[in-house]
Design a protein around this ligand. Structure first.
Ligand code: AMP
Length: 283
């Protein structure tokens, strides 16, 4: 398996592959890979001959220095896991901060039609400027035909689609279903940092989302939101940061239910000092 740290070598290889009519799928990750990431890569092979997987803990999208420091970095294990999917058709790009940013580790500023101000944008200041900066740079380096993003980070997926539209980037963005553990917890690189009692408690997040979905069939969004907030208030290990029912397109909190719109419920919660997010489609 080829693992590149240097973008110029990667650019040369991808250029050669494209000249020979290969199609390039791209899965950006921050590493500490799990089956959720692998499901995106496998999806990539449906439409592409090769899949580039980037592994890069992007400093500009972290608003919390401690979270950045503690983010798991497991490149060797990641490469071993990737080899179980394909030994020769996956190309890994694991750059240094310098290869991406040079000596200016800073975000560009983006407008994403207001998507950036909701939920994660509200609670993680500057997060989507960091995401926009890294995804745009990686698209410029890799020039993929298709790029795969998980619905686990649904707001990020919508923002990347907007980025591609705003900058006319010739890539097709594909959203992929959330991959879960057997007990319902959405897979996440952060899960491995959960202490056992918190890991045991964490499936409560998805259980509550599912119950909220059922309730939303007959109750108002305000009532459902209140119910979720009360459930978390009773829980002694998980702390709710937000529960929001929002329009899937605008990500604005729902005002009044409309049959013509699609809604999604979003949760961010803390398990100890680890922040977990999840969401569910309400249709
Ligand atoms: P990350 O490494 O957390 O930045 O995630 C890299 C990509 O994998 C993003 O597009 C995520 O949305 C996606 N992803 C992470 N966890 C999951 C999951 N449990 N199911 C599906 N996609 C996921």
């Amino acid at each position: 398996m080829k693992v590149f740290q240097d973008k110029n070598e990667l650019i040369r290889l991808v250029g050669r592959l494209k000249e020979n009519n290969n199609s390039i799928g791209f899965v950006p990750t921050m590493g500490a890979l799990h089956d959720g990431h692998l499901s995106l890569i496998k999806e990539g092979f449906h439409k592409n001959t090769h899949v580039v997987v980037s592994i890069f803990v992007n400093p500009t999208q972290f608003d919390n220095a401690e979270d950045l420091k503690k983010y798991p970095r497991t490149l060797e294990r990641d490469v071993t896991l990737l080899k179980t999917v394909s030994k020769d058709k996956i190309i890994v790009y694991a750059p240094t901060v310098d290869d991406i940013y040079g000596d200016d580790v800073a975000s560009e500023h983006f407008k994403f039609s207001g998507l950036e101000h909701e939920m994660e944008g509200r609670f993680r200041k500057g997060h989507f400027d960091g995401v926009g900066t890294i995804v745009k740079r990686l698209f410029e380096i890799i020039k993929p035909d298709f790029a795969y993003f998980g619905e686990k980070d649904f707001q990020q997926l919508q923002i990347v689609k907007k980025l591609v539209e705003n900058y006319d980037i010739p890539v097709k963005v594909i959203g992929c279903k959330i991959h879960r553990e057997n007990d319902g917890l959405a897979m996440s690189s952060r899960n491995e940092r959960l202490k056992p009692e918190y890991r045991k408690a964490a499936p409560f997040i998805y259980k509550t989302l599912k119950a909220a979905k059922t309730k939303f069939g007959s109750k108002s969004a305000t009532k459902v939101t209140k119910w979720v907030e009360d459930e978390f208030a009773k829980h002694n290990l998980l702390e709710l940061e937000y529960f929001i029912i929002a329009d899937e397109k605008t990500l604005k909190p729902i005002k009044r239910k409309s049959k013509t719109k699609s809604y999604r419920a979003f949760i961010a919660a803390y398990a100890d000092d680890i922040r977990l997010i999840d969401n569910i489609a309400l249709k």
